[in-house]
Design a protein. Structure first.
Length: 131
Protein backbone atom coordinates (compact mmCIF):
# COMPACT_ATOMS: atom_id res chain seq x y z
CA UNK A 1 0.00 0.00 0.00
CA UNK A 2 2.82 2.41 0.86
CA UNK A 3 4.52 1.71 -2.47
CA UNK A 4 1.28 2.43 -4.35
CA UNK A 5 0.76 5.69 -2.46
CA UNK A 6 4.32 6.77 -3.20
CA UNK A 7 3.92 5.92 -6.89
CA UNK A 8 0.67 7.87 -7.14
CA UNK A 9 2.17 10.85 -5.31
CA UNK A 10 5.18 10.95 -7.63
CA UNK A 11 2.93 10.61 -10.67
CA UNK A 12 1.15 13.77 -9.57
CA UNK A 13 4.47 15.62 -9.69
CA UNK A 14 5.38 14.48 -13.20
CA UNK A 15 6.29 17.94 -14.42
CA UNK A 16 6.51 17.85 -18.18
CA UNK A 17 5.98 21.50 -19.13
CA UNK A 18 5.23 22.87 -22.59
CA UNK A 19 7.37 21.98 -25.59
CA UNK A 20 9.68 24.95 -26.24
CA UNK A 21 8.72 26.99 -29.28
CA UNK A 22 12.35 27.56 -30.31
CA UNK A 23 13.25 23.92 -30.99
CA UNK A 24 14.76 23.06 -34.35
CA UNK A 25 17.25 24.62 -36.71
CA UNK A 26 16.65 28.28 -37.54
CA UNK A 27 18.89 30.01 -40.08
CA UNK A 28 21.46 27.23 -39.78
CA UNK A 29 21.70 27.16 -36.02
CA UNK A 30 20.08 25.87 -32.87
CA UNK A 31 18.55 28.49 -30.61
CA UNK A 32 20.73 30.21 -28.03
CA UNK A 33 20.12 29.41 -24.38
CA UNK A 34 17.47 31.60 -22.76
CA UNK A 35 19.33 31.29 -19.44
CA UNK A 36 22.55 29.50 -18.51
CA UNK A 37 20.90 28.43 -15.25
CA UNK A 38 18.74 25.83 -17.01
CA UNK A 39 20.30 25.40 -20.44
CA UNK A 40 23.59 24.34 -22.00
CA UNK A 41 24.74 25.00 -25.57
CA UNK A 42 27.92 23.89 -27.35
CA UNK A 43 29.49 23.72 -30.80
CA UNK A 44 31.93 20.83 -31.19
CA UNK A 45 34.39 21.01 -34.07
CA UNK A 46 34.40 17.58 -35.71
CA UNK A 47 35.80 16.11 -38.93
CA UNK A 48 32.38 14.90 -40.11
CA UNK A 49 29.33 16.40 -38.38
CA UNK A 50 26.92 13.92 -39.98
CA UNK A 51 28.96 10.91 -38.87
CA UNK A 52 29.34 12.40 -35.39
CA UNK A 53 25.58 12.84 -35.11
CA UNK A 54 25.03 9.27 -36.32
CA UNK A 55 27.52 8.00 -33.73
CA UNK A 56 25.61 9.73 -30.92
CA UNK A 57 22.16 8.42 -31.88
CA UNK A 58 22.66 5.04 -30.17
CA UNK A 59 24.24 6.76 -27.16
CA UNK A 60 21.21 9.03 -26.75
CA UNK A 61 18.78 6.16 -27.40
CA UNK A 62 20.46 4.00 -24.73
CA UNK A 63 20.37 6.73 -22.08
CA UNK A 64 17.84 5.90 -19.34
CA UNK A 65 14.58 7.90 -19.40
CA UNK A 66 15.50 9.40 -22.79
CA UNK A 67 13.34 9.18 -25.89
CA UNK A 68 14.22 10.24 -29.43
CA UNK A 69 11.34 12.39 -30.67
CA UNK A 70 12.63 13.42 -34.09
CA UNK A 71 15.60 12.28 -36.14
CA UNK A 72 16.93 13.05 -39.59
CA UNK A 73 20.35 12.85 -41.22
CA UNK A 74 21.36 16.22 -39.74
CA UNK A 75 19.11 16.76 -36.68
CA UNK A 76 18.06 14.94 -33.53
CA UNK A 77 15.55 15.99 -30.89
CA UNK A 78 15.17 13.87 -27.76
CA UNK A 79 13.53 14.32 -24.39
CA UNK A 80 15.10 13.25 -21.11
CA UNK A 81 13.11 12.90 -17.88
CA UNK A 82 14.51 13.12 -14.37
CA UNK A 83 14.20 9.99 -12.26
CA UNK A 84 12.33 11.37 -9.28
CA UNK A 85 9.91 14.06 -10.41
CA UNK A 86 9.89 13.51 -14.17
CA UNK A 87 11.17 16.98 -15.12
CA UNK A 88 11.63 17.01 -18.90
CA UNK A 89 14.64 18.41 -20.73
CA UNK A 90 14.90 18.81 -24.49
CA UNK A 91 18.13 17.71 -26.16
CA UNK A 92 18.97 18.81 -29.70
CA UNK A 93 21.89 17.91 -31.93
CA UNK A 94 22.49 19.48 -35.34
CA UNK A 95 25.15 18.42 -37.84
CA UNK A 96 26.27 21.79 -39.20
CA UNK A 97 28.26 20.61 -42.22
CA UNK A 98 28.81 24.13 -43.55
CA UNK A 99 30.87 25.05 -40.47
CA UNK A 100 32.23 21.60 -39.59
CA UNK A 101 30.61 21.50 -36.16
CA UNK A 102 28.08 19.43 -34.29
CA UNK A 103 25.81 21.84 -32.47
CA UNK A 104 24.34 20.63 -29.17
CA UNK A 105 21.71 22.15 -26.91
CA UNK A 106 19.99 20.82 -23.79
CA UNK A 107 17.33 22.89 -22.05
CA UNK A 108 14.95 22.32 -19.15
CA UNK A 109 11.28 22.95 -19.81
CA UNK A 110 10.49 24.05 -16.26
CA UNK A 111 12.35 25.69 -13.40
CA UNK A 112 14.97 28.33 -12.88
CA UNK A 113 17.89 25.96 -12.30
CA UNK A 114 18.85 22.54 -13.60
CA UNK A 115 21.59 21.97 -10.99
CA UNK A 116 24.03 21.48 -13.86
CA UNK A 117 22.22 18.50 -15.42
CA UNK A 118 22.07 19.94 -18.95
CA UNK A 119 25.77 20.80 -18.94
CA UNK A 120 26.60 17.32 -17.63
CA UNK A 121 24.49 15.77 -20.38
CA UNK A 122 26.41 17.65 -23.07
CA UNK A 123 29.75 16.82 -21.44
CA UNK A 124 28.85 13.11 -21.46
CA UNK A 125 27.90 13.27 -25.15
CA UNK A 126 31.12 15.08 -26.01
CA UNK A 127 33.09 12.42 -24.13
CA UNK A 128 31.25 9.72 -26.06
CA UNK A 129 32.32 11.40 -29.31
CA UNK A 130 35.95 11.25 -28.23
CA UNK A 131 35.55 7.52 -27.75
Amino acid sequence: MTHLLLTLTLALFHLVGPVPSDLGVHNGTLAPCPSPAHCARADWTVADPGASLAALVPVVSATPRTEVVEQSSDYLHATASSALFGFVDDLELYADTSRGVLQARSVSRLGDSDLGVNGQRLAALQAALRG
